[in-house]
Design a protein around this ligand. Structure first.
Ligand code: FES
Length: 102
């Protein structure tokens, strides 16, 4: 797996979501309490893009298509109808550069 630079830490707002590409896959970056996390940007329920709704409650992102909720730190389903977790990616920050393992 390669480490890919995807953003500057300041590109991701606290409590926000930024969509980036990792080897052609849409990935969502989240900043929670200053720490960056990365998951697939595609909801596992019916494949809506999470950045379109961009509703975040603490460390939970909600897909507004049908209301599924996921923990952005683990990818785990918090609220159905989704049953499959989001894919998560390992993130590292060097200086102001954000890298994702892809
Ligand atoms: S596509 Fe996300 S909840 Fe249905």
């Amino acid at each position: 797996m390669a480490k890919i630079k995807v953003a500057n830490v300041n590109d991701v707002a606290e409590g926000g979501l930024k969509k980036v590409d990792v080897n052609g896959e849409p990935v969502a970056l989240f900043k929670i309490a200053g720490q960056i996390f990365a998951t697939s940007n595609i909801c596992t329920h019916a494949h809506c893009e999470l950045d379109v709704s961009n509703v975040i409650h603490g460390d939970v992102v909600e897909c507004t298509c049908h209301g599924s909720q996921f923990n952005v730190k683990t990818g785990a389903v918090v609220l159905p109808p989704a049953t499959e977790p989001l894919k998560t990616y390992q993130v590292s920050v060097e200086g102001e550069d954000v890298f994702v393992e892809g």
